[in-house]
Design a protein around this ligand. Structure first.
Ligand code: NAD
Length: 487
């Protein structure tokens, strides 16, 4: 169990740097709070060099045979598996990810890598016939963009990289990636394994940096498309830059997922277990798609509140390396302050009744970045706590009596990443799925980000898709070739 953070360097082409033009980030272990590494940050100079290398490789990489690209990316997926435990440990050092969830992230990333490796030799256009006196012969040909800029955030970077980098490469693009300085270790290993798998120098460069490095990547004129995962402030800045250059972007942003629970949901203990596991048990609630709003039918409301509260009370907080721990630290002290500020305002505004937790953790964890698993009932649906992302281990429970009320509550925020339904009545499920404002609707515990299904948001949750054919199409543009006989 490596509890010592590895050294991170900036690597692009043959260049290896211990210091970058973006300065140095003192990385604090999210659990102990101690500085565990000094991370060299890329700035505009290193980003520019990496984009130039990528641009120089673009023509060669897109002309690799699809089979050769597939074999390299398949080998990469195998290397991810071989290094599973390394990644699990690194994620605990990166962002305080508990072991049980760290394993899920890696297994998921492997699935995405395998899935998109398999697309390399299956990309094709279509033949289009038109009725015309002079016969047209038209076809479309998928082409890569050239250089794609990828920016990911700190919550589970390895899955974000699997969802973005592998399909971008499979489509024949070169990529320059900027992970968050808060989680530098696992993306660094990801980059090393791409090299080891045989991805040529310059085709994929991963450079850790701060927001300035991200901004430099977006505005680089040789970056033809941007794929971003993060928050709304950065997303708006990115869109402004993209608008100036008329550059397309995929935006995977935040969410406020509602989970509707009906009396016919089946085993209510299993439903309650999932409700806690998928919110509080996912990175202490720091997930874009965590179902943070449980919307429960009045007939089972009291029972569900009781079950959910009892289960959440058993969730152990602590050292992410402790296999029993289900709730790790928040990413940093500022995050704890933000979440506790929201909880204070719930009390101040009488906007809900806190039935479990509601405070910064005490005892042995008092001087660390922990917030107690928290359940809030009788929530004011217009309050900030019900309208914005919390990004902490907080589950809100609402009550409804009719389907219309349930839909209205679920659709009452500007987000639209996912929505969950717990019901065995499939007629109801289909009817409600159509009415929920969300990029995806998941029923009875169906997993959200399966590689073969598109994932993404509507509303302020962003646009564009990752997963399935739609996900690789984001990294392709279709050229139309039309031919007629000369007159
Ligand atoms: P953030 O938006 O502040 O930063 C994300 C990344 O963007 C970082 O690498 C950062 O350095 C970079 N960045 C910041 N400003 C930039 C700029 N002006 N130009 C270019 N790059 C810039 O991240 P955050 O708000 O702390 O991240 C959490 C958010 O990410 C949450 O809202 C969460 O829901 C969302 N998220 C979404 C998904 C998804 O798939 N939909 C997945 C994970 C996280």
């Amino acid at each position: 169990m490596p509890t010592i953070a590895p050294r991170v360097q900036l690597r692009y082409g043959d260049t290896v740097l211990d210091a970058g033009s973006g300065g140095v980030f003192e990385h604090r272990n999210p659990y102990t709070g101690e500085v565990q590494a000094r991370i060299p940050l890329a700035g505009a100079a290193e980003i520019d060099a990496a984009v130039e290398l990528a641009a120089a490789q673009a023509d060669s990489w897109r002309r690799w045979t699809p089979e050769a690209r597939r074999d390299v990316l398949t080998r990469f997926a195998e290397l991810l598996i071989e290094h599973r435990q390394d990644f699990v440990d690194l994620q605990a050092l990166d962002g305080g990810t508990p072991l049980h969830f760290g394993r899920r992230i890696i297994d998921n990333s492997v699935s995405w890598a395998r899935y998109y490796a398999g697309w390399c030799d299956k990309l094709s256009g279509e033949l289009i016939s038109t009725l015309d006196t002079r016969e047209y012969f038209s076809y479309t040909a998928p082409e890569p963009y050239g250089v794609v800029g990828i920016i990911v955030t700190w919550n589970g970077p390895v899955i974000s990289l699997g969802m973005k980098v592998v399909p971008a490469l499979a489509a024949g693009n070169c990529v320059v990636v900027k992970p968050s300085e808060f989680t530098p270790f696992s993306p660094d290993l990801f980059a090393q394994l791409l090299r080891e798998a045989g991805v040529p120098q310059g085709v994929c460069t991963i450079l850790t940096g701060g927001p300035e490095a991200g901004a430099a990547l977006v505005r680089h004129p040789k970056v033809a498309k941007v794929s971003f995962t993060g928050g709304p402030v950065a997303a708006r800045q990115i869109m402004h830059t993209c608008a100036d250059q008329l550059k397309p972007a995929v935006l995977e942003l935040g969410g406020k997922t509602a989970s509707l629970v009906f009396p016919d949901a089946g085993d209510l203990e299993a439903v309650a277990n999932r409700a806690v596991r998928d919110c509080i048990g996912v990175l202490a609630g720091q997930g874009c798609a965590v179902p943070s709003r449980l919307i429960v039918h009045e007939d089972i409301y009291d029972e569900m509140v009781e079950r959910v509260t009892a289960i959440a009370a058993t969730y152990k907080m602590g050292d992410p390396f402790d296999p029993e721990v289900k709730v790790g630290p928040l990413i940093n002290a500022a995050a704890v302050e933000r979440v506790c500020g929201m909880l204070d305002r719930v009390r101040r505004d009488d906007a809900g009744r806190i039935v479990l937790g509601g405070n910064k953790a005490g005892g042995d964890l008092a001087d660390r970045n922990f917030v107690e698993p928290t359940i809030i009932v009788d929530v004011d649906p217009d309050h900030e706590i019900a309208q914005t992302e919390i990004f902490g281990p907080v589950l809100l429970i609402f009550e409804f009596s009719t389907d219309d009320e349930a839909v209205a509550l679920a659709n009452s925020t500007p987000y639209g990443l996912g929505a969950n339904i717990q019901s065995t009545n499939l007629t109801r499920v289909h009817r409600l799925a159509e009415r929920l404002n969300a990029g995806g609707v998941y029923v009875n515990g169906a997993r959200q980000n399966l590689p073969h299904t598109p994932f993404g948001g509507v509303g302020i949750s962003g646009y564009g898709r990752e997963g399935g054919r739609a996900g690789i199409d984001e990294f392709l543009r279709y050229k139309t070739v039309s031919i007629i006989e000369p007159e």
